[in-house]
Design a protein around this ligand. Structure first.
Ligand SMILES: Nc1nc2c(ncn2[C@@H]2O[C@H](COP(=O)(O)OP(=O)(O)OP(=O)(O)O)[C@@H](O)[C@H]2O)c(=O)[nH]1
Ligand SMILES: [Mg+2]
Length: 443
């Protein structure tokens, strides 16, 4: 437990109707006694006058909460002052708190840090909470909520206890071999479960493939010759003027991104410099960046307009694109609109708006197809995946029956440790509990 009591404005930008000032640490009760006229009943919202602790000056009328530890967010004594969200009100309350001996403003993330230190949250829940606060779309919200709520931690804990059981059996074979307490079929069943577990983790990794896409957004890049109408389409989809649109070929030189919420799924739309041989050094660099973005994208929209000299039906997209490619015939309102160098998937006109809604619906389907099947409890970060791969490799090593039992037991220990690292916890003590609790070997 920390000695310092910390405080901070926990709600958003001011001014606002209500502002939540959170206090955590040993002085939290004292804060309520000196500033709010006493301790209210625990976990009951109570209207109180808020006063300066030294001068007694009235600062506000506020809804006050007393959340004594350890059943609080941080595990410490916590007080919440829900005051009016005026700038002067909040500034005066924060200033009054800082005037109390032993109280200081919190560092970024310090409340959550204390929750983790006091075992109120594991590492996965901490990450889930961070993602939940950063979530812009429903898909991101659902995934983060599952993680913050402990669903992912519970899944990994379940796997870890299967490993602990297997190790307990091996320990039993070592320690009590002469008593023949572990029959062969029990041991065979245990190894079958280890094999099943390795498969379960592998499938979980498969299901988690798109999870980073949900966190970061699906990448869709607009490609085409200069003047094909890429920036116009970007602006139409973003419903605001993000990129400069001009008749001049080679208007866009840099990579421009907008983040869209498409039917609840996050999508990053990337506008790029038109692809052509000519152009100066700046434009060539722009083209290089466009191709680099296309290389890591999930989808490329290849725009071909029929009106400009350079852009004819014979224009073809860059070869060896890993991303899926959709041919889009742009400027469909013009008589000589192209066939996009092949059967176009969409014909659009940003000028008349025709075809744009159909394209948006198609993009939403694409996003749903890539991200919608992702379950809720999935490995969302590279960190999780590294440990999961380590666990699978260790389990597979343990399954080699030609190896000495001691080494196979050590592999199982490593697999369990890798899983434990994901949520930031370890378990060696629980091994003994399982031996004596589940097998009653001592008889
Ligand atoms: N008639 C018509 N003109 C369009 C349409 N979309 C874009 N334009 C015009 O085409 C010209 C080029 O559009 P941009 O969106 O700047 O094209 P771009 O592909 O971004 O061009 P660069 O940035 O130079 O590569 C502008 O004058 C637009 O007004 C459309 O649907 N119909
Ligand atoms: Mg442009």
């Amino acid at each position: 437990m920390s000695d310092d009591t910390i405080h901070a404005l926990s709600s958003g930008a001011l001014p606002a109707g209500v502002a939540v000032v959170r206090v955590s640490g040993p002085k939290s009760g004292f804060v309520l006694e000196t500033m709010c006229g006493g301790l209210p009943a625990p976990r009951r919202a109570t209207m109180q006058r808020v006063r300066h602790p030294h001068s007694g000056a009235l600062l506000d009328m506020a809804l006050v909460l007393w959340l004594p530890g350890p059943a609080s967010f941080t595990g410490e004594d916590v007080a919440e002052i829900h005051c009016h969200g005026g700038r002067a009100v909040v500034a005066s309350v924060l200033e009054a708190l800082a005037a109390i001996d032993g109280c200081r403003p919190a560092e970024p993330g310090e409340f959550t840090r204390r929750a983790f230190d006091n075992d109120r949250l594991d590492l996965l829940e901490v990450e889930g909470l961070a993602d939940l606060i950063a979530a812009d779309t429903q898909a991101q919200q659902r995934m983060a909520l599952a993680q913050a709520g402990g669903a992912l931690g519970a899944l990994y804990d379940g796997w870890r206890s299967r490993i602990v059981r297997a190790r307990a059996l091996i320990e039993a074979e070592f320690d009590f071999a002469d008593e023949e307490d572990v029959p062969d079929d029990v041991s065979a069943g245990m190894w079958a479960d280890v094999a099943r577990l390795a498969r379960d983790i592998g499938e979980h990794l498969d299901r988690s493939k798109g999870a980073e896409r949900i966190r970061d957004g699906l990448q869709v890049v607009l490609l085409g010759k200069p003047n094909a109408g890429k920036s116009s389409l970007l602006n139409a989809l973003a419903r605001r003027d993000v990129a400069i649109v001009a008749e001049e070929a080679g208007t866009t030189r840099d990579v421009i991104e907008v983040h869209l919420d498409l039917g609840g799924y996050p999508l990053t739309l990337v506008d790029t410099a038109g692809l052509r041989e000519a152009g100066g050094a700046v434009e060539r660099e722009g083209i290089r960046r466009a191709l680099a973005r296309a290389a890591s994208a999930d989808l490329a929209l290849w725009l071909v307009a029929g009106d400009t000299d350079g852009a004819t039906a014979s224009e073809s997209p860059p070869e060896d694109l890993a991303a899926e490619l959709w041919r889009i015939a742009s400027k469909a309102d013009l008589a000589e609109a192209s066939d996009a160098g092949g059967a176009p998937r969409h014909r659009i006109s940003v000028r008349t708006g025709s075809g744009v809604d159909a394209l948006i619906a198609d993009l939403a389907r694409f996003a749903e197809d890539r991200m919608g099947r992702i379950g809720e409890a999935v490995a969302t970060r590279e960190r999780h995946k590294v440990h999961l791969h380590t666990a699978v490799a260790a389990l597979e090593a343990a399954l080699h029956s030609s190896r000495p039992l001691e080494l196979r037991a050590e592999d199982l220990r490593l697999a369990g440790e890798a899983l434990g690292r994901i949520a930031g916890r370890f378990g060696v003590e629980d091994l003994l509990d399982v031996i004596f609790g589940e097998f009653c070997i001592g008889k």
